[in-house]
Design a protein around this ligand. Sequence first.
Ligand SMILES: [Zn+2]
Length: 340
Amino acid sequence: MIDAAALAEFAEIPAPTGEESARLAWLERRLSAGPGSLTRDAVGNLVWRFGSPRPPALLLMAHVDTVFAGLEKIEISREGDALVGPGIGDNAAAVIAVTSVLEEMPAVPTEIAVVFTVGEEGLGNLRGALHACRELRPELAIAVEGHGLDEVVIEHVGNARARLRVTGPGGHSWSDRGTPSAIHALLEIGSGLAHSGANIGTISGGEAVNAIAAHAELLVERRSLEQPELDAFDEEVRRLRVDEPLSLECEIVGRRPTGRLDPDHRLVQAIVEVRRSLGLPCRFDSGSTDANAAAAFGIPAVSIGCTRGSGMHTRHERIELEPLDLGCRQLRAVIEALAG
Ligand SMILES: [Zn+2]
């Protein structure tokens, strides 16, 4: 069902968050001869629709961006039944699975809409998915991911992210001793945030080992399934202070809404039924995907995967090709059950 060569070709097109255009152009070329109509929306998503101008019964979202900024050349290699290389599963496999399944349906249901989204990873903050859900207002939404065939994600982990920067006068580490250091102040702030459950992902600053640091900055993220915990993090960041002559800038650089779908919901139940018929396990999981964006608008949403693999967000990412067929059959049956 899936052409491994086409999948590798697509995955080799660099698409760091914010620079998805070449991949979308590839998809436009591939899909121009097939069913449906293609448009690019205001934020750069590629929207694929099949007739109905009304809000769709089912929205499928597959993100096209990758976490790999500054990777000029991507090489995907074949190792037995696996494809290996950055972004092969997250999320090239999902994009090609959605594409292949719909191309091969004798008639695509008009009640479905597909959006190939931009800005899913990192500081993209679900820009594409939020816009698509706001514009299309689907009844139900599914974020399709390359990995994770064995679980259904019904809990959508939210996050809040901030960039903190401390600046000060700096100085010579001996002749200016006693002058407050931007790094020392930031370390103190950072340790407080880390103790309350946040993750400091990057930290940098200073000039030299024998200088009092004039600047220091960090990126911090709080993840949670509970909205009050994310709100509390925002509040904690807002309350941070440093003493003069240091100064502190806090910038909230990301916010991913959280949400959770009841396992008894008809969307989950339809998927569970399909999975039973295919012999797939019915395990529920939590994750952070385009489905979070739908949840933010109160749209029932889940995320499902297309195959099995490892090494997400690494250069040695790997997916198995054989289970992709099962992933495509799941996708097709779910479409038929919910929009057919
Ligand atoms: Zn990812």
